[in-house]
Design a protein around this ligand. Structure first.
Ligand SMILES: CC(C)(COP(=O)(O)OP(=O)(O)OC[C@H]1O[C@@H](n2cnc3c(N)ncnc32)[C@H](O)[C@@H]1OP(=O)(O)O)[C@@H](O)C(=O)NCCC(=O)NCCS
Length: 442
């Protein structure tokens, strides 16, 4: 058993026992109210599940096992040589184990993922059979499904896997899939836009830097960006579409590959992860309409009003839970200050940040007028030469695997049951209103 798995096993068994006691002794404690507006409104912030890896505060933003992004940038281990940004291996360790890792533990994890990263040829053959105009997220999701041939869980389940060992097989699948995702993503990137193959992996590099290298980028600051990018996109508690999809599909005992592919289908929606490509499209179109250069605030204002008048959302703004500027947006602004300096598109992002919130606020309906993570990420990639914006959500997906799969291992270790919330008809709701308020049926 590898050391990380051993450490997880030591944590998981007492926690599973503790949860059994909590349910037995305090199962009747009421956690919140279910109201009609919540049921029609996408269940926003309605407590309905348990996620151990991270917790989102509406004002402060995300905390991973209690640590915010600023703390993690400082405390998580860095690359051996000239490392300045956290290694995403570290946030996976933190989310899975609940403790900050030492640099050695993180380097061991890099090695472990490097060892597990070989992708079977049939996955590449399947990708090669697809036309180049298949969206990279579709290719990504299909490749993850094609990898299911490797599922330890499903092979063991067929042989009669004991319930108490579900987490062990899920751990193996999660580690193998995380190890392989950068190779698959790099393959999709190179075949789609360059008609060639990714660079051979460099086993001396960490997971994120090796990903950058396979994508075809040798710039050290781009590697730093990848480390930060893959860290800050890793998790956003359990109810967001990709995390919830993983948990929901996984709750049927579908394996890691089925569950994570489902998550990627959700991430590919424009209100979720695809917003990162939509932001760049929106900014580039603004520039094109103005004939290039830096737009004035008034020009951006007009463009925002025009977008709203067309019945479209301003991509990168708003959030289902957050009610302040996303700290992941701020972390990227800091990255620009530290490593980039002046950049026209980053300047536009900052101007948009000045213009959009008051306009959205004035609509009187947008609950959060502030930018989210996607408002910034694309222009950073363009700065380093990755201009193919319909690939950006794949990068988000590679990172999101860290959080949702750490949680899926916990789901199995804690024996979370199949998910099956109740649903009602509008007729049922009208009857309920009548009986509660004593009014005649509407
Ligand atoms: C993220 C998002 C889906 C959250 O949705 P939500 O929780 O339903 O948001 P709200 O409760 O604030 O929505 C209330 C209204 O404001 C609108 N609204 C919210 N964000 C908006 C935005 N960025 N631009 C324009 N209108 C917006 C909604 O479409 C909704 O309009 P409606 O009543 O006409 O249907 C939404 O803010 C959005 O579409 N943002 C743009 C896409 C994006 O950046 N997604 C990435 C999220 S990390």
């Amino acid at each position: 058993m590898d050391k990380l798995k051993q450490k997880f096993a030591e944590k998981a068994a007492p926690m599973a026992a503790e949860i059994k006691t909590i349910i037995k002794e305090h199962g009747d404690v009421v956690l919140g109210d279910i109201t009609i507006d919540k049921v029609y409104g996408g269940m926003k912030s309605m407590i309905g599940m348990v996620t151990e890896t991270s917790k989102l505060d509406a004002v402060e933003g995300i905390r991973f096992r209690g640590y915010n992004i600023t703390e993690l940038r400082e405390k998580l281990p860095k690359a051996k040589i000239n490392g300045k940004e956290p290694l995403p291996e570290g946030i996976f360790y933190l989310m899975l184990i609940g403790e900050l890792p030492t640099p050695e533990q993180v380097y061991e994890l890099s090695d472990e993922w490097a060892k597990r990263s070989a992708v079977p040829q049939h996955v590449y053959n399947m990708l090669d059979s697809l036309p180049k105009n298949v969206h990279p997220m579709t290719q990504f999701s299909m490749a993850i499904l094609a990898l299911r041939t490797e599922s330890v869980f499903s092979a063991s389940y067929d042989k009669g896997l004991n319930k108490k060992d579900y987490w062990d097989a899920t751990y193996e699948d999660a580690m193998n899939l995380i190890a392989r995702l950068p190779r698959i993503a790099a393959y999709i990137y190179r075949r789609t836009y360059f008609n060639d193959k990714p660079a051979e992996p460099d086993p001396t590099l960490d997971w994120a830097a090796n990903f950058a290298h396979m994508l075809g980028f040798s710039n050290n600051d781009f590697k730093r960006l990848m480390r930060l990018y893959l860290t800050i996109h890793a998790d956003h508690e359990g109810g967001n579409v990709s995390a919830h999809a993983t948990h929901l599909v996984g709750s049927a005992l579908s394996d890691v590959y089925y569950s994570f592919s489902a998550a990627m289908n959700g991430l590919a929606g424009p209100l979720h992860g695809l917003a990162n490509q939509e932001v760049v499209k929106w900014i580039l179109q603004l520039r094109e309409e103005l004939g290039g250069g830096l737009p004035t605030k008034k020009q951006i204002e007009d463009y925002v009003y025009k977008t709203l008048a067309q019945g479209k959302v301003i991509p990168g703004y708003g959030h289902a839970v957050l009610r302040q500027t996303d700290p992941r947006f701020t972390a990227q602004q800091e990255f620009v200050k530290r490593y980039i300096g002046q950049d026209d598109l980053c300047d536009i992002v900052n101007l948009v940040y000045e213009v959009v919130p008051p306009i959205l606020e004035a609509t009187g309906k947008v609950k959060n007028p502030w930018p989210n993570v996607d408002a910034h990420s694309g222009v950073l990639l363009i700065h380093y030469g990755m201009t193919e914006y319909d690939f950006y959500t794949v990068l988000f997906g590679v990172s999101r695997a860290l959080g949702v799969l750490a949680q899926l291992i916990w789901d199995r270790a804690l024996s979370h049951p199949i998910e099956r919330p109740g649903s009602v008809t509008t007729e049922w709701i009208k009857n309920k209103i009548a009986s509660v308020k004593g009014t005649a049926k509407a």
